[in-house]
Design a protein. Structure first.
Length: 181
């Protein structure tokens, strides 16, 4: 009889502890994982070409901005933080490739749900067509690498115009801002 009572008591304790565990909500039992960074394969990219987003390439001697967007095309939420890598490939034989420098602005972390978009700006310093060829850079394509990635997008420059060639300058008039700014 003592063994039967012990077995019944033990079963009651196991049943009570199982019920207590089952009473804890599932959300409290497992913490939701934070989103990880966006990879190039998670994104699509392009130039913002709306009327209010087009750089004023005919306004020579004054800075203007072009905007490049990233849209999350994956089925997961991901984050971007930092600066994209941008290499401009020139249309002139003498242009070569110009890797743009970064601004002094501090990056922030951007969270992108499925279908969400963020952008970043590139400050540009356009010059007149009459500027000597050796002093101007004529953009043809942009190689755009998302922050912390190694694979890039190749974007055709849709705006025309020329930029003051300052690829060797310490503080050029053409530079990048962080993603989200």
């Amino acid at each position: 009889m003592k063994t039967k009572m012990t077995t019944v008591a033990l079963a009651a304790i196991v049943a009570a502890s199982t019920a207590a565990v089952a009473a804890v909500p599932a959300s409290a039992a497992t913490a939701k994982a934070a989103p990880t960074r966006c990879h190039t394969a998670d994104l699509k990219a392009g130039f913002a070409t709306g009327d209010d987003a087009k750089p004023e390439m005919g306004r020579t001697g004054k800075q203007t901005q072009a905007f490049i967007w990233f849209t999350n095309k994956s089925n997961r939420t991901c984050t971007l933080s930092g600066f994209a890598g941008v290499d401009m490939v020139g249309a002139q034989r003498t242009d070569g490739t110009w890797s743009l420098v970064r601004s002094a602005k501090r990056p922030t972390k951007i969270t992108l749900g499925r279908g969400d978009t963020t952008d970043f700006s590139i400050n540009l310093l356009p010059v007149a067509r009459s500027t000597p060829q050796k002093e101007k850079f004529v953009p043809a394509t942009f190689l755009v690498t998302p922050p912390n990635e190694t694979k890039h997008f190749t974007l055709k420059w849709p705006f025309g115009g020329q930029i003051l060639k300052q690829d060797g300058a310490t503080h050029p008039g053409t530079y990048l801002n962080p993603v989200g700014q």
